[in-house]
Design a binder for this molecule. Sequence first.
Ligand code: 5AD
Ligand code: FES
Length: 375
Amino acid sequence: MPTFSDIARRHPTLISERMSELISTTNSMGELATKLCELRCLSVDEYAKLISERAEGDAKGLAEFAYKECERVYGDAVFSRGLIEFTNYCANDCLYCGIRRGNAECNRYRLTDDQIAACAEQGYELGFRTFVLQGGEDPHSTDEWLCRIVRSLKEAHPDCAVTLSVGERSRESYARLREAGADRYLLRHETASPVHYRKLHPRSMSYENRMRCLGDLRDLGYAVGVGFMVGSPFQTPSDLAADLKFIEQFKPEMCGIGPFVPHHATPFAGYAGGTVELTCFLLSIIRIIQPNILLPATTALGTIDDEGREKGILAGANVVMPNLSPAEVRADYELYDNKICTGDEAAECAGCLGARMLAVGRRLVVDRGDPKEAA
Ligand code: 5AD
Ligand code: FES
């Protein structure tokens, strides 16, 4: 198993100076960090303490351990998922989100069936074997229409996995989509604290319904992805501790975490965003809690730091999700300000990510990247 210093030696020119700062051979982990590596779980209070009292030695030690754990389960593979952002219409009004209903500045679009098929076709040629259909909660995304899209994607590319990320729906709807062939579903829980949930969402939404959705998705046999933002307004170390406990207990197949990035036309415009440092620290903890989890180094992480995704991989992430949406609509899927890659073609993103992964000792692979059984 190569250590960080082996990687640095293998790729001396690819690893930037800042990156090599992250690479350590001597670690001084505190008691709680060591306990986490041994037991793979802590109490909620211990998680909160680990977060609020984290020292540099903890972060480095956990990142190194997490990176190796990832390698133990998945080797040097990083999986790629082709993201198709097919609609930015949204009936919800989450306070943090740039495509919220209340944002009148948002330039709305909806891809046609043919456009979606063309994105997938292009993605397939580039080597993608998982497509993620993501959209706001658009009333036009009826069960009938979505089932048709899922069926035709599966027909055109039977060797591919189809992931849906279209928000909260009824159990019946999730069941129909599953029958139509959807394999996976991403629905970030956003926060595992009901009090914090209230502060991020309008009254029309509830923590209970979010959890109901996740339970239904799990029951119906989807591979389920949860997730949350790091540094969202009003978030405390105890809220993050609740997120970690939730992940430990729910055992999702995937978990998307990225920094909160303020969007100028939302009620949270004036709030500070999350940091790369805390996001990476949490990625490491999650990898250690559940070594076989699929953990993306998110676009939001790449947005607040040019090497954010690489740092995420070094902290234990193993998935990247480049955008396959048509270039002309990309900038309009603006969940937060300054989102990266909005001017790039799908092929450019795929090439760029391949090189970036090599720089941190990983290889971008072409397969469905199904979750492995717990090791
Ligand atoms: N900053 C970072 N992430 C955001 N999301 C929505 N708005 C923002 C923002 N301002 C995330 C949410 C949502 C996912 C699609 O994007 O967690 O679930
Ligand atoms: Fe639609 Fe937030 S407003 S996901």
